[in-house]
Write a protein that binds this ligand. Structure first.
Ligand SMILES: [Zn+2]
Length: 359
């Protein structure tokens, strides 16, 4: 049965070119405060498409693409370049290294994982005592990060302060994509796509931000610099949509569902989604027949948390791709959710009108 949609959305899919770009973005190591590798890819991708490109003092990449009409709204969209990971803090002669976690990682996710350390990607493993040597009591508790070590072997070419990340390479698995850094290379990817298919009715201010995972730090200065009228954070949010295994209780704490479309935020730990913008997004999705879902209210935050409090205030909202196993060695998203997130943002921006701010 054919459905009649009032608005036609852009024709967009994840072909070889798009998957190649996402693979390069996700496999790059870009732990908070050392986003150089992803910044290089972004600068290459945007240089011939933008009106202005600059890298600010903290390392954010700020890209401007002006619309063509007289009444273009100044819209800032952000996607953060950094990812959670680790930092080497102390060296031992036997080639094991003490480290700290950068951003939010559950210590239980660390043990036994393969990692890559430093800009030269030295391979290592986060080791722990073999099961043969542990007591039943020890096996019940997570080992504190301070007691874990990254084992690189003696003579490894790494330095104190080097970042480390999980050694997972991106894989396309049927309808899904699995990677260590979909949070938030998907946002970075969608910003680049937006520049390639820029709607002419708005002034686009694209912020590829740093240090989001440490408290939205890059977005704060990026928003000050852009001085936008509207802010939109593109990110990824947990999909805790697997069944509970205790009793028959329904899982009502899912946050978002894989395959149900982009997750539009009503409220998280850092922002209440601007009502006008939430309605604009849901109406745009409905008009174009794009699936969408509300992101369940809860903790956590996106760059919108910093953007909306900038200067005299910026109406802001977040849109995320739902992801299972966020902030672990292998997050999982559905390709269709990535495509629909881009389609929603593109469709919504294409029908954005300055009158939204008077409503
Ligand atoms: Zn994120």
């Amino acid at each position: 049965m054919a459905t009649q949609n009032k608005v036609k959305s852009i024709n967009f899919s994840l072909g070889k070119k798009e998957i190649d770009l996402l693979t390069r973005l996700c496999n790059a190591v870009s732990v908070s405060g050392d986003e150089q590798k992803v910044r290089q890819i972004v600068l290459e991708e945007v240089q011939n498409l933008a009106d202005e490109v600059k890298t600010d003092a903290l390392g954010n990449v700020l890209v401007t693409k002006k619309g063509s009409g007289p009444n273009c709204l100044r819209v800032m969209l952000s996607g953060h370049m950094d990812e959670v990971g680790m930092m080497i803090v102390k060296e031992s002669e036997d080639g094991t290294y003490e480290f700290r976690v950068i951003g939010g990682i559950d210590p239980r996710q660390l043990v036994g994982k393969l990692v890559l350390v430093g800009r030269n990607l030295v391979p290592g493993v986060i080791g722990a005592k073999a099961i043969h040597m542990t007591t039943p009591e020890e096996r019940k508790v997570a080992i504190p990060v301070e007691q874990l070590r990254i084992d690189l072997g003696p003579g490894a070419k790494v330095a104190i302060g080097d970042r480390a990340t999980f050694a997972t390479k991106l894989a396309v698995l049927g309808p899904s994509i699995r990677s260590k850094a979909l949070d938030d290379r998907l946002g970075v990817f969608n910003l680049i796509q937006l520049l390639k298919h820029a709607p002419a009715n708005v002034d686009l201010f694209l912020a590829f931000t740093v240090q989001e995972e440490l408290g939205l730090r890059g977005a704060k200065v990026a928003a000050f610099s852009f001085d936008p009228q509207i802010g939109i954070a593109l990110d990824s949010t947990p999909a805790n949509d697997l069944p509970f295994f205790e009793g028959d209780e329904e899982n009502t704490h899912y946050n978002s569902h894989l395959g149900a479309g982009p997750a539009i935020y009503l409220m998280d730990g850092a922002t209440i989604g601007d009502r006008r913008l939430v309605n604009w997004l849901t109406e745009s999705a409905d008009a174009a027949g794009i699936p969408w879902q509300y992101r369940q209210p809860g903790t956590g935050g996106t760059d919108a948390g910093a953007i909306h409090k900038t200067r005299a205030g910026v109406p802001s909202v977040s849109v995320s791709v739902p992801q299972r196993y966020l902030h672990s060695a292998a997050g999982l998203v559905r390709k269709q959710d990535v495509v629909n997130t881009f389609k929603l943002i593109h469709t919504a921006l294409s029908r954005l009108d300055p009158s939204i701010l008077n409503s």
